[in-house]
Design a protein around this ligand. Structure first.
Ligand code: PMT
Length: 397
């Protein structure tokens, strides 16, 4: 697939470099054009090295026009992605201007247009920006994101550019026929995040899972071509692009959501931190402080993973194991007793990795093999795990 990437001038421009690398990994040909402001953030040489082609930064460039001119470039593209798309670029696109190379190419191409907005949260919320986006959506433009979270300016809120992996998944998921990942078309269910077990209408028993690991796994599997549904406990994370998300709160709800879908999937990955127990009888009213001690009786929740693996025709089932001691012994026991195809074991409660953090390490075990994946960002770790799952899934089918 030919991707024309337009980079405009925001701090997220640095992420566009990784985006180019990932698109090339997926066998896409990438040509990059930049606004003048973008070149203040990242050098065109960076994109030239990553894309393997000269980068154009000006519309009226006699040397560049003597090669592939801007009309040819617009015709060459199968998809046009503007990432990051600043508020200014979005406004100029909405007005139909052609006052620089990216806006001119957008008018000159018949290829589908995707925008990955990136800006300060107040600028994102401004009615002018929202009206401009509505106009663009009305013309068939696909707006990817933005994500919610902390921003380079110190603010918190919507306006972060989606992660490169999410943009790649969205771009390629749009035309699965053009995609050739090892899991293309594999129907996949992933669980992620914590569960909350109510004690009374205002309190719950929960755990430290942020959902990052499971969301990264869902994204990575989608990047390999899988059709992913993510059953998610409560998290603060934006939905991964190209992934269908089902929100649940309790282990009971997660159990029901998984069981309702599992017979229609080929692959199941359980990354959620599901509560093993729930309060037997949540109080109908807020529990008042009265006695010095409060005793809460807990009852067992269903083991979703074990139930899935024990079905008459189970999907290829991959579990996680979160341990504070004897990691490998406990993980192997879970692999065997739950009859899993693979298990990804991680330390929790240590000084590095595990819950909440952005990095993690995994020991991945299967009945006749193992692989150590060292400490790295969860997004990257998930990609390595997804490749390993794909390898074993393909070998087994
Ligand atoms: O979300 P993050 O902050 O990124 O943290 C990631 C993580 C540490 C939560 C993740 O990497 C992880 O280890 N997830 C599994 C956590 C867990 O509940 O492990 P466990 O060893 O207690 O459970 C074993 C397996 O059974 C898991 O696949 C779990 O999803 C599954 N399970 C457990 C209990 C239950 N009632 N139903 C289940 O399906």
């Amino acid at each position: 697939m030919n991707i024309l990437l337009g980079v405009s001038g925001g701090i997220a421009a640095y992420k566009a470099a990784d985006l180019v690398r990932r698109l090339r990994e997926r066998d896409c040909a990438v040509r990059v054009v930049m606004t003048a402001a973008a070149t203040a953030f990242v050098s065109p040489l960076t994109f030239q090295a990553l894309s393997g082609h000269p980068v154009r930064t000006a519309l009226l460039d006699p040397a560049a026009e003597a090669g592939m001119d801007h009309i040819e470039l617009a015709r060459w593209a199968d998809r046009v992605l503007l990432a990051p798309a600043t508020a200014d670029l979005i406004a100029r696109l909405a007005a139909g201007l052609a006052d620089d190379l990216p806006t001119t190419l957008v008018l000159a191409t018949a290829a589908p247009l995707y925008l990955a907005p990136a800006m300060n949260q107040q600028m994102w919320r401004h009615p002018a920006t929202q009206e401009n986006l509505e106009r663009l959506r009305g013309r068939g433009v696909q707006v990817l994101g933005p994500g919610v979270g902390s921003q380079a300016c110190g603010d918190h809120g919507p306006g972060r550019m989606l992660e490169p992996a999410e943009l790649v998944a969205a771009l390629l998921a749009a035309d699965p026929g053009l995609d050739s990942g090892p899991l293309t078309g594999v129907r996949t269910l992933v669980t992620a995040g914590p569960t909350r077990e109510p004690l009374d209408p205002v309190r719950y028993l929960g755990n430290r899972s942020s959902g990052r690991m499971g969301y990264a796994v869902a994204t990575a599997l989608a990047e390999l071509g899988a059709r992913v549904t993510l059953v998610s406990g409560p998290t603060a994370l934006p939905s991964p692009a190209g992934v269908a998300r089902v929100d649940v709160e309790t282990a009971g709800e997660m159990h029901a959501a998984v069981l309702a879908r599992v017979d229609a999937v080929d692959l199941f990955v359980a990354a959620a931190a599901v509560a093993d127990y729930r309060p037997a009888a949540p109080a109908p009213q807020k529990i008042k402080k009265a006695d010095a001690e409060l005793v809460v009786r807990l009852v067992r929740n269903p083991d979703i993973l074990a139930e899935v693996a024990a079905r008459p025709s189970p999907p290829f089932t991959v579990g996680f194991a979160a341990e504070t001691d004897r990691l490998e012994d406990h993980a192997l026991a879970k692999l065997r007793t739950k009859r899993l195809r693979m298990i990804a074991a991680n330390w929790v409660g240590a000084t590095e990795g595990g819950f909440e953090r952005s990095d993690n390490a995994l020991t991945v075990l299967w009945p006749d093999g193992r692989r150590e994946l060292p400490m790295m960002p969860k997004t990257q770790l998930a990609r390595e795990l997804a490749l390993l799952i794909a390898e074993r899934y393909v070998a087994s089918s």
